[in-house]
Design a protein around this ligand. Structure first.
Ligand SMILES: NC(=O)C1=CN([C@@H]2O[C@H](COP(=O)(O)OP(=O)(O)OC[C@H]3O[C@@H](n4cnc5c(N)ncnc54)[C@H](O)[C@@H]3O)[C@@H](O)[C@H]2O)C=CC1
Ligand SMILES: O=C(O)C(=O)Cc1ccc(O)cc1
Length: 368
């Protein structure tokens, strides 16, 4: 497609979307605006945008597509600013915010003026921020939730999907309220829990510094998202307050029940607590990059020395086996580490296991 695309907020998500659009629609002109001039400079340096905008007001009136990828609280003010401008009649305005009910209400000022607003939320990302962390493949196979108002025509929604087709994401239409409930459960609430687990460990650490050194493995996995941008998550929580307050009440009840099981030494129910969670977790779809990423992990027990990653990736490269991610979990300090290599398919993982087995005597296992 051809036309002018204005991206407001050139961080992780705005930058990644810019890359996807450029790849799929090379003739489109990508213009970026960010309140932080550094982000615009980096975006230009990395070739993420064609040019930096002097102001929203100047560029928005000439744009065919406007994507707002700022923190959700700011998105509301930008929508208000856009509603005061003489935008093109056929322009589509969309956003990427992690909440939708508040933003959709704000956007009625655009629909009242006949401007097409379609709320959007690519359900993939990372705990990193900023355009330097942007990636073209960030949204591949992820769900991309859209919350079009009924006044927006099917043709317009399809036009937006075409603009965004380079994300290789799976589009799904939901209502803004349904969106906030679903993401409250699978995304926003887990961030609260991850942060509170870290707070608990940090309090324990005050009396026992060994906590810091031992907090590896499972603790690190479950709390990775606690390293996310605090400002972004403050804004998300404040916009999805009601859903999260209700989920917190359910959680408190659940913790009360678990405490009771411990107080009463109820072996059977404690087993059942873990067993039913395992069954539900194991049954979650892994073919979609939704709540659980669709990666097939191979665990390799390796000596923890600097060249080990290149050694293993070298063997895999010779046999042309692609990997999607690689990392070391240091479970036994200084001696051994577990190298976790992720593959896109079970077949790639099986080939990799055979290949590494041929070249080394490292122990390997897979997580089903
Ligand atoms: N980080 C993630 O994994 C995901 C984030 N989102 C949502 O996408 C949006 C953007 O998130 P990220 O890219 O991660 O954040 P980010 O922090 O990487 O980027 C946001 C950018 O917006 C800019 N900004 C702030 N106020 C502005 C203003 N008034 N005008 C212009 N630019 C302004 C900031 O300078 C920053 O560069 C948020 O609404 C977030 O909820 C959605 C999916 C995933
Ligand atoms: O890092 C992670 O796993 C995330 O949780 C990424 C993320 C953050 C915000 C969203 O609205 C959607 C996805």
């Amino acid at each position: 497609m051809e036309g002018r695309v204005l991206i407001i907020g050139l961080g992780l998500i705005g930058g990644s979307l810019a890359m996807c659009i450029k790849e799929e629609h090379p003739k489109a002109e990508l213009i970026g605006f960010d309140a932080d001039v550094n982000q615009m400079d980096i975006a230009m340096m990395l070739g993420v945008i064609d040019r930096a905008a002097g102001s929203i007001e100047r560029e928005a009136t000439m744009a065919d597509l406007i994507i707002i990828a700022t923190p959700v609280q700011t998105t509301g003010s930008i929508i208000e600013c856009l509603a005061g401008l003489q935008l093109k009649k056929e322009v589509i305005v969309t956003d990427t915010g992690s909440t939708k009910a508040y933003i959709s209400k704000k956007a009625t000022c655009l629909s009242e003026k006949g401007i097409n607003f379609i709320g959007g939320h690519p359900m993939a990302g990372s705990h990193k921020s900023g355009v330097a962390a942007a990636k073209k493949i960030l949204f591949e196979n992820a769900f991309y939730l859209l919350t079009p108002e009924t006044v927006v025509s099917r043709e317009t929604v399809d036009r937006l999907k075409k603009w965004l087709s380079g994300t290789r994401a799976k589009f799904l239409d939901v209502s803004p309220e349904e969106h906030d409930f679903l993401t409250g459960v699978v995304s926003h609430f887990p961030h609260i829990i991850a942060a509170s687990l870290v707070h608990q460990a940090s309090r324990a650490d005050e009396g026992n510094p060994l906590i810091n050194r031992l907090a590896a493995g499972g603790f690190r996995d479950i709390t990775r998202i606690a390293s996310s941008n605090p400002r972004m998550w403050r804004d998300i929580l404040l916009q999805n307050r009601e859903v999260l307050i209700s989920l917190l009440s359910d959680w408190q009840d659940e913790m009360g029940r678990v405490k009771e099981l411990l107080v009463t030494n109820d072996r059977e129910s404690i087993f059942e607590f873990f067993d039913s969670a395992k069954k539900f977790r194991d049954g979650l779809t892994v073919s979609d990059k939704g709540a659980i990423p669709s990666f097939y992990d191979l665990f390799v027990d390796v000596p923890d020395y600097p060249g080990v990653i290149s050694e293993i990736t070298g063997y895999l490269a010779v046999e042309d086996i692609s990997i999607t991610n690689i990392r070391i979990i240091e479970t036994r300090e200084d001696i051994y580490g577990v190298l976790v290599i992720s593959f896109q398919t079970p077949d790639d993982r099986a080939r990799a296991k055979e290949c590494i087995g041929k070249n080394t005597d490292y122990e390997m296992s897979v997580a089903e």
